[in-house]
Ligand binder design. Structure first.
Ligand SMILES: NC(=O)c1ccc[n+]([C@@H]2O[C@H](COP(=O)([O-])OP(=O)(O)OC[C@H]3O[C@@H](n4cnc5c(N)ncnc54)[C@H](O)[C@@H]3O)[C@@H](O)[C@H]2O)c1
Ligand SMILES: [Fe+2]
Length: 360
C-alpha cells in the first residue's frame, strides 16, 4: 500500500514571490538570516506582503540550534502573527518550522527557499542541533502551508552554494529512490529530480542562471519524494558528521554518497541501475550501471570543486578516529538508517568512514 499526501500549496516560477501580495497577510513574522537582512531582501519581501504589523527575526545561522528555535518561539508567542514567512535555505526554513511548532499557535507558514537543496519547504522535518548532535524533529504539523519557488532569488547564488545544496538534492533523490518506503509516486518524483539536477548542475555552477528554476523545482520534487519514502545511510552519516564538524550538509553528502552506493549496491543494485539509466548513465548490466552512477557522482563532485574526503574538507582524520565511537553511535541512532535499503550495522559505518576520511 502506498500513501502520498502533501498539503503544501506550491507556487513556482520566476517572479513567484509577487504572490505574497495575494495571501491576505495582516500580521507577519519574517524569519531569515543576516545575509538577507543585510542585502535588504527580508525588508523588501515583508513590504510586499502588505501586512499591517511586521517583525523580522534575522538571527538564523547554518544548522540552527534548539536554543535559537526557543528564542524565536518566544517571539512567536509574544507577537501572535497570523503568518510566518521563512526566507532562506534549509536552516532558516527549519528554524521557522520549529518556532511555529513549539509555539503551539495556529500560524500559517510560508516557505521561500533561497537555495536549491534541502526541500524543507515540503517536508515534515526540521533539523535542530543540540550539543553537537543534529536532531530531526518530525511531525506532519510542521509542513509549510505554502512554498514559493522563485528562481529570481537565486541569481546571486555563489557557486559553492550551488554545489553544496545541489548534492543535497542528488542525495535526497537517490536515497528516496532506494529507501524502504519508496513507491511508484515517490520513484517518479525522485527519478525526475535526480536527472534534472544531475544534468543542470554543471551549467548552474558555471554561472548559467537560466537553469536555476529547473534545479529549484527538482529540489522540491526530491523533498516530496523523501518526505514519504525516507532517506538512508548517507543522510544518517551527514547528520552525525555535520553536528560534530560543522561542514555544510550537502558537502558531506557529496563526500559520502559514492561510498554509500557501494555499501548498499548488493541489495539495491537494480534500483540504482534504473536511476543511472534514466539519467543517461547507461550500462547494460546492473553492476556496470551502478559503477557508472558512482563514477559520475565522483566526476561531478570534482567538476563542482567539492572535496573528495573529509580531510580535503578540512577535518583532521585523527579527530574522526578519536570520536569514531560517538559518530557511529549517532549514525545508528539516526532515524534515516531505518529506511536505508539494507540494515545498517556498526561495521558498515566504520568501513565508509575509512573510505571517506582520508589518510592520517
Ligand atoms: N528539513 C529538511 O527536510 C531538511 C532536509 C535537508 C537538509 N536540511 C537542513 O538544511 C540545512 C542546510 O540548508 P541549505 O543547504 O539550504 O543551507 P543554509 O540554509 O544552512 O544556508 C547556508 C548559507 O547560505 C546563505 N544563503 C542562502 N541563500 C542564499 C542566496 N540565495 N545567496 C547567497 N547566500 C545564500 C545563508 O545565508 C547561509 O549563510 C542543514 O541544517 C540541513 O540539516 C533540512
Ligand atoms: Fe539533505
Amino acid at each position: 500500500m502506498e500513501r502520498f499526501s502533501c498539503r503544501t500549496q506550491i507556487i513556482s516560477g520566476p517572479g513567484a514571490v509577487q504572490e505574497l501580495k495575494n495571501l491576505g497577510i495582516k500580521s507577519l513574522l519574517l524569519v531569515s538570516d543576516p545575509f538577507f537582512a543585510k542585502n535588504g531582501m527580508a525588508d523588501r519581501l515583508a513590504k510586499l506582503t502588505g501586512a499591517e504589523k511586521t517583525e523580522i527575526f534575522h538571527k538564523v545561522m547554518p544548522d540552527p540550534s534548539v536554543e535559537l528555535a526557543a528564542e524565536g518561539t518566544a517571539i512567536v508567542k509574544a507577537l501572535q502573527p497570523d503568518t510566518i514567512v521563512a526566507l532562506g535555505g534549509g536552516s532558516a526554513m527549519d528554524c521557522a518550522k520549529a518556532m511555529a511548532y513549539f509555539s503551539g499557535d495556529s500560524v500559517r507558514l510560508v516557505a521561500i527557499p533561497t537555495t536549491s537543496g534541502s526541500g524543507s519547504e515540503v517536508t515534515d522535518f526540521a533539523i535542530l542541533t543540540h550539543g553537537g548532535v543534529k536532531h530531526p524533529l518530525v511531525d506532519s504539523k510542521i509542513l509549510p502551508d505554502v512554498a514559493i519557488l522563485d528562481s529570481e532569488l537565486l541569481q546571486g547564488l555563489p557557486p559553492s552554494l550551488v554545489a553544496d545544496a545541489g548534492f543535497d538534492v542528488l542525495a535526497h533523490a537517490l536515497e528516496a529512490f532506494v529507501a524502504t518506503g519508496a513507491g511508484a509516486i515517490t520513484d517518479a518524483l525522485a527519478k525526475d529530480a535526480f536527472s534534472a539536477a544531475y544534468g543542470a548542475l554543471p551549467a548552474s555552477f558555471a554561472g548559467n542562471t537560466a537553469v536555476r528554476q529547473k534545479i529549484h523545482t527538482a529540489a522540491t520534487m526530491a523533498g516530496l519524494a523523501f518526505n514519504q519514502a525516507g532517506l538512508g545511510l548517507s543522510h544518517a552519516m551527514a547528520h552525525a558528521l555535520g553536528g560534530k564538524f560543522h561542514l555544510p550538509h550537502g558537502r558531506l553528502n557529496a563526500i559520502l554518497l559514492p561510498a554509500v552506493i557501494e555499501c548498499n549496491a548488493h541489495s539495491a543494485g537494480a534500483k540504482y541501475a534504473k536511476l543511472a539509466r534514466s539519467a543517461g548513465l547507461g550500462g547494460s548490466a546492473d553492476t556496470i550501471a551502478v559503477r557508472n552512477l558512482k563514477n559520475a557522482l565522483i566526476r561531478l563532485r570534482r567538476e563542482l570543486k567539492l572535496p573528495q574526503t573529509l580531510q580535503e574538507a578540512g577535518v583532521d582524520p585523527r579527530e574522526v578516529w578519536h570520536s569514531s565511537k560517538d559518530i557511529v553511535g549517532a549514525v545508528l541512532a539516526d532515524p534515516c538508517c531505518q529506511t536505508n535499503p539494507i540494515k545498517v550495522e556498526d561495521f558498515m559505518v566504520r568501513r565508509i568512514l575509512e573510505e571517506v576520511t582520508g589518510r592520517v
